[in-house]
Design a protein around this ligand. Structure first.
Ligand code: SF4
Ligand code: SF4
Length: 336
């Protein structure tokens, strides 16, 4: 496994890290196997969040047994000082640890949030206090909106920045890479597979690792995924011309109006699992898995045609997707 420096934290992280969203879908025993396999294969960076239901708990249960070998990152949406201080304590308790390597401000997405977290009574103040007390070792930020990430990086208070970057989400990334380098912040790439829209992990991860990133964190919930991803980290070779062309073809096929599965649109007041509808629709339209996609869609408890068109989800989508229209189209294809 190749290891890179995580900016001024001076931590040495495996270029392939473990994204902790999908472990929510598997039971604790399976999570233990998957996490242990990741450690065996040299993965030492694990990212989770307060908001990922039992992900902290499942990861913590395994990782605390390997505490000196692993680097644990978590994050909270708390915006004020008191709320963030409580969240840090909850993370420590849930994971059964006495310190966390990296604690991140989760999804700082607009000016208002930025001002709030940086304010005198904001979440950053709690992170700094926790760092002084030794509860956390480093402070980072995550988000999708590059302009906001640049703003917070400029303060110099942030040691790492985490954002989505992959062959279909390159807009503005170069600016973040450059400023992160200047400020000596570590770069953590979330959603390397564009939320499941890209399927060739080998080519996609190698493409990402050609850039100045410290670690890419694909979500993993099976031994096969861990092994496939770790293989890339063992030898992240530059893409050949032929591989680059192959990747470019899959990017072209995808276009720009696609769901990245960030889940910020949820909850839907009707209970529609919006990203899953779009995932199945993507398999139907892009990967020619029509029967499989229809079968999975038909098994959903609440289908896309339950949408009341309230529009709340569209206000929350950071990619400004026309969700209502897209749901109608998906229902047409998958619902019959
Ligand atoms: S517009 Fe439809 S999908 Fe979006 S939140 Fe409202 S009911 Fe749910
Ligand atoms: S519809 Fe938008 S907010 Fe919802 S998961 Fe997809 S990209 Fe994210």
């Amino acid at each position: 496994m190749e290891y890179r420096r995580l900016g001024k934290t001076e931590l040495k992280v495996s270029v392939i890290g473990f994204g902790g969203i999908p472990v929510q879908r598997i039971d604790a025993a399976s999570a233990e196997k998957v996490v242990n396999r990741a450690i065996e294969l040299g993965i030492n960076f694990f990212d989770t969040a307060r908001g990922y239901t039992d992900s902290e708990e499942k990861l913590g249960a395994v990782l605390k047994k390997h505490r000196d070998k692993v680097i644990i990152a978590t994050k909270s949406m708390a915006r004020d000082k008191k709320g963030m201080a409580e969240e840090i304590d909850k993370s420590l308790m849930t994971m059964g640890m006495d310190y966390i390597d990296l604690y991140q401000l989760h999804n700082v997405k607009d000016k208002g949030t930025l001002e709030q977290v940086l304010g005198a009574d904001g979440a950053l103040a709690a992170l700094k206090e926790a760092k002084e007390k030794g509860k956390i070792r480093h402070i980072g930020v995550t988000g999708h909106i590059k302009a906001i990430l640049l703003e917070i990086l400029k303060t110099g208070e942030i040691e790492t920045v985490q954002f989505p970057f992959n062959p279909v989400e390159i807009d503005g990334a170069q600016d973040v890479f450059e400023l992160a380098q200047k400020m000596d912040a570590g770069v953590i790439v979330m959603k390397p597979m564009a939320g499941g829209a890209l399927t060739n992990a080998n080519l996609t991860l190698r493409y990402i690792l050609e850039h100045p990133v410290s670690v890419a964190i694909p979500g993993m919930d099976s031994l096969e995924q861990v092994e496939e991803n770790a293989t890339v980290g063992n030898e992240p070779r530059a893409l050949t011309d032929q591989e680059r062309e192959e990747l470019a073809r899959s990017v072209e096929k995808l276009g720009t109006s696609f769901c990245r599965r960030c889940e910020y649109c949820l909850p839907c007041q009707q209970g529609i699992d919006i990203p899953s509808v779009f995932l199945f629709d993507g398999y139907y339209t892009r990967y020619d898995l029509k029967d499989w996609a229809k079968g999975r869609y038909q098994a959903m408890e609440v289908k896309a045609d339950s949408c009341l068109e309230c529009g709340e989800c569209e206000e929350r989508c950071p990619y400004n997707l026309p969700i209502r229209e897209m749901l109608k189209e998906a229902a047409e294809r998958l619902g019959k």
